[in-house]
Design a protein around this ligand. Structure first.
Ligand SMILES: Cc1cc2nc3c(=O)[nH]c(=O)nc-3n(C[C@H](O)[C@H](O)[C@H](O)COP(=O)(O)O)c2cc1C
Ligand SMILES: [Mn+2]
Length: 488
């Protein structure tokens, strides 16, 4: 891990990934428009550093590629990362302002005529995407009434040398933009690309309107974020980022935007008449490394969604009913389902937690499932097994009709349209209690005790013939029931 005197940056993160054996370097030339998406799509286990891109660029992607990488960034393990972030979420640290001379991201400055977005190594993720999209841009804006800052992810479809589209889901950045629009003024924005993943995790954290995500980032990083003033807008950006774009979103103006490979693994959600960003200024580090970010289910974008979302839901659930025996929370592939791992103390307690999981800070959760600690929530076969063997549908499944759902859940009825304030999906939600009876009902609890072999410490490799050893070494470490072997 990096020393505390050195700020955490994308550079320290690349070194951390490398040291952990999680980074693959790609030295052959790669075309961002036709080749990069395919390489990212197939690298679900390792981060990719593209070293040979057009115009001399390098670019990091799939970093984090999975929950294991996210845990590495937070100094945790797959099992502990969500409770750890949930604890850090409450520890806000105010950012500090540094001078331009102390800001690596100010090493190079480009005026409007001196840079061209189409020369950046922005990639096209899916075959039906409307064009290359910056997925790694974190958008800084302010509430024009209070000056309070917001930082969030927004897809930015490249539309020309100085113009991109922007998808503004009706949440905080949209709210700021709506205020500028009511004044008939453009909204100034600053977009930073490339930094330590905990900045990205903070930007994907939905908290109260008005709460500065840079304070959340400080809590995650356990160090104050170093900010620097922008050159052409009254905003601040991280001094240690790789690259910053300064621009504005014109009021009332809309252009066709999308389709785009989205987090649920579908193209069309969000497509329509969306606002644009016009850029007048760019700054970057010497030898800046671009950050690419591919969306799609179980891709990098999905990891940034599900880690802070799981932690926010954990934080919300940990006090339900005065403090349940809550072990873990994890958002499932597709993002609209969440599993809550707990040991119920009473009949019905799991349902109380599941109701809270379905109405958190996040609008995504549509299906919430509760399981016990003996189910490996990272092994989806075990989840299906629990649904199979611990659910009485009549008692354990509840459907809540007529709910407000996430506007990008394509399975539900869409109302309004992207780029308007009405945009939503109107649908329903479901909770499934797949927990065992509580331990206090000893006989009923014991009836659902999972099998486990004697001597779980024995290892297959110690018993096999020499010629079979390569086969044994190639076996996956995770298998159905593997965590039962570790004494659960
Ligand atoms: C990879 C990724 C891509 C995202 N893309 C968009 C987007 O295009 N538009 C949008 O409005 N939100 C997008 N989001 C969601 C928001 O950035 C995220 O929910 C954030 O927490 C919202 O911030 P806010 O609570 O300050 O509004 C994306 C999130 C992630 C993780
Ligand atoms: Mn916010």
């Amino acid at each position: 891990m990096t020393s505390s005197s050195q700020p955490k940056t994308m550079r320290t993160w690349i070194a951390d990934l490398d040291a952990a054996g999680e980074l693959i370097r790609i030295d052959k030339p790669v075309d961002p428009l036709t080749q990069m998406g395919s390489l990212l799509y197939q690298s679900r286990e390792k981060a990719l550093l593209f070293e040979n891109l057009p115009h001399g660029w390098r670019s990091l992607g799939q970093a984090p590629a999975n929950v294991r990488h996210a845990a590495l960034a937070f100094g945790a393990t797959e099992d502990t990362v969500v409770p750890k972030i949930a604890a850090r979420m409450g520890k806000l640290i105010k950012p500090v302002l540094v001078a331009d001379s102390d800001a690596p991201v100010k090493a190079k400055r480009f005026t409007r005529d001196q840079f061209n977005l189409t020369h950046l190594p922005v990639h096209k993720a899916g075959i039906k995407d409307a064009g290359p999209v910056i997925g790694s841009g974190l958008v800084v804006s302010k509430d024009p009434d209070t000056g309070e800052r917001n930082v969030s992810f927004h897809r930015l479809q490249i539309k020309g040398p100085n113009k991109s589209g922007i998808l503004l889901y009706p949440r905080h950045t949209w709210r700021n933009y709506a205020k500028y629009q009511a004044r008939n003024e453009p909204m100034p924005v600053a977009i930073f690309i490339g930094h330590h993943p905990l900045y990205y995790a903070a930007a994907a954290t939905t908290a109260a309107y008005g709460l500065d995500e840079f304070e959340i980032a400080g809590g995650y990083l356990e160090e104050a974020v170093r900010l620097v003033k922008c050159d052409t807008v009254d905003l601040e950006v991280p001094a240690d980022a790789e690259l910053v774009l300064e621009g504005h979103i014109p009021p009332h103006y809309r252009e066709e935007e999308g389709p785009f490979s989205e987090f649920q693994d579908y193209y069309v959600t969000g497509t329509g008449n969306n606002p644009v960003v016009e850029y007048q200024h760019m700054t970057c580090r010497n030898d800046a490394i671009f950050k690419n970010l591919q969306n799609g289910s179980e891709m990098e974008g999905c990891v940034f969604h599900k880690i802070p979302m799981s932690a926010a839901i954990f934080r919300r659930l940990k006090d339900v009913g005065g403090g349940p025996n809550l072990h873990n929370v994890m958002v499932l592939p597709g993002i609209f389902a969440v599993v809550v791992q707990m040991t119920p103390r009473a009949y019905g307690e799991a349902k109380n937690l599941l109701m809270a999981a379905l109405s958190s800070e996040y609008q995504h959760s549509k299906l919430a499932i509760a399981v016990d600690q003996d189910v490996d929530i990272f092994n989806h076969s075990e989840l299906l097994w629990a649904l199979n063997t611990r659910v009485d549908p009549d008692k354990d499944v509840v459907i809540i009709p007529g709910t407000h759902n996430h506007a990008m859940d394509a399975s539900l009825t869409e109302l309004g349209a992207p780029g308007t304030g009405l945009w939503q999906r109107f649908g329903s939600k479901m909770l499934i209690d797949a927990t065992k009876p509580p331990p206090t009902d000893a006989a009923a609890h014991a009836a659902l005790e999972r099998i486990r072999p004697a001597n779980p410490q024995l290892r297959l490799e110690d018993f096999v013939a020499a010629e079979s050893l390569p086969l044994v070494k190639a076996l996956p470490k995770i298998f159905f029931g593997s965590k039962m072997m570790h004494g659960r």
